[in-house]
Design a protein around this ligand. Structure first.
Ligand SMILES: Cc1cc2nc3c(=O)[nH]c(=O)nc-3n(C[C@H](O)[C@H](O)[C@H](O)COP(=O)(O)OP(=O)(O)OC[C@H]3O[C@@H](n4cnc5c(N)ncnc54)[C@H](O)[C@@H]3O)c2cc1C
Length: 351
């Protein structure tokens, strides 16, 4: 079947974005191989169609109408790259796994945990696909993508070639990367992750520490950490299947130690974590909560009642409504704390 025959026209993406906004793609194609991806891009270029790449739609704010061709990466497969290296008897420190960009992130975490490989167990239950994980350098409870990516394979639109970006080439920073900085330039088809046979035993996050205290577990193993993260996340975050959301809507702002010291005098309860030397990361949810936004509903959208960092869509709304709410929240946090909040999800399409 030719690419033209496989394309779906005026395709609804309402169930393909976790906010549940109504959205239609002019053309849509789920690609299952790199060859199919190249053919789809050739077709788009010959027909003057913009190319947009979508994963699980859990970090995007969709426009109602999306012109051009929306490509979803459905390239599957996960395996240990060097079979022998996985053998504990060889006392190896690390194991490389190669994963297709279309694989579900959480299932990949579960798969690695089942093999007692450490490095991604606290990133359990983050929605979305493996190909999107490097884009915003996903992270949770102390683990981040940047700590486990060995290399990323991607199609570069500018050169029309597949390239391999090693960890240092990816420009990873807090919820940021070269892929996020140059939207639409790289289409990630495969990721090689370097995991450890030994787990990092320090549990730094209060929510996990108290979970283990309650369970009477003093030295949790990888599987127990994975289960704890799943339980804590389920209790705190809304399930997108039941209530539209895109997870944390704002990044935690990073400020200088001097700014922090001044704020702390005025707001003794200020919640913050040490960042790089001389900087502090503020809990954006706490700032929003202090401005009395938690649980507020404005039309079809609102602020989640249990976590002020999560904006929700009750149905029937659109991203204009959500962006207006986000802008009001940003304005009140700026007025109260002189701190700017930056949005985490990306506009789709990005221009
Ligand atoms: C309930 C909930 C909880 C969340 N918790 C967390 C969390 O704890 N930590 C965290 O970091 N994030 C979290 N997120 C955000 C989100 O899950 C992640 O950013 C995830 O990696 C997005 O994956 P996706 O496949 O859904 O990407 P999408 O939303 O489809 O796309 C996101 C961006 O990546 C681009 N993209 C997608 N696939 C590719 C590809 N193959 N190649 C190149 N670019 C691509 C898209 O164009 C878009 O710009 C959460 C979201 C929700 C809804």
């Amino acid at each position: 079947m030719s690419i033209e025959q496989k394309l779906q026209k005026n395709y609804s993406l309402q169930t393909s974005n976790t906010l549940g906004f109504s959205a239609f793609a002019e053309y849509f194609l789920a690609v299952r191989s790199e060859a199919e991806l190249v053919a789809a891009i050739d077709y788009a270029q010959q027909n003057d169609l913009a190319v947009r790449v979508l994963g699980g739609g859990s970090n995007v704010l969709m426009a109602p109408q999306i012109d051009g061709l929306v490509i979803r990466i459905d390239i599957m497969g996960k395996k240990v790259l060097h079979e022998g290296v996985a053998n504990r008897a060889l006392a190896t420190e690390v194991v490389d796994i190669v994963v297709g960009g279309g694989e579900n992130w959480h299932e990949t975490v579960e798969w690695s945990v089942a093999q007692s490989l450490s490095g991604m167990e606290t990133m359990a239950l983050i929605p979305g696909r493996v190909g999107a994980a490097p884009v915003q350098n996903i992270g949770a409870y102390g683990q981040e993508m940047k700590d486990i990516v060995f290399k990323v394979r991607a199609y570069q639109l500018e050169t029309g070639r597949f390239v391999e970006l090693f960890n240092d080439d990816c420009g990873f920073a807090y919820r940021d990367s070269v892929f996020k900085q140059s939207p639409g330039q790289f289409i990630i088809t495969e990721v090689v992750l370097r995991l450890s046979c030994h787990q990092d035993e320090s549990i730094r996050y209060a929510a996990l520490q108290s979970y283990f205290r309650d369970q009477g577990i003093s030295q949790p193993d990888i599987k127990q950490i994975f289960n704890a993260v799943c339980a804590v996340r389920r209790s705190k975050l809304p399930d997108p299947e039941l209530l539209g959301n895109a997870g944390s809507f704002f990044k935690n702002p990073v400020i200088t130690q001097t700014q922090f010291d001044q704020l702390k005098l005025q707001w003794p309860g200020l919640v913050a974590y040490p960042e790089n030397k001389g900087f502090m990361k503020l809990a954006a949810g706490w700032l929003i909560d202090q401005c009395d936004w938690k649980g507020k509903r404005v039309g079809h959208v609102g602020v989640y009642e249990k976590q002020a960092l999560v904006l929700v869509h009750f149905g029937g709304g659109d991203r204009t409504e959500l962006l207006a709410l986000a802008s009001d929240i940003q304005a009140s946090v700026l007025a109260t704390f002189s701190v700017e909040l930056e949005m985490e999800p990306q506009l789709f399409p990005f221009v």
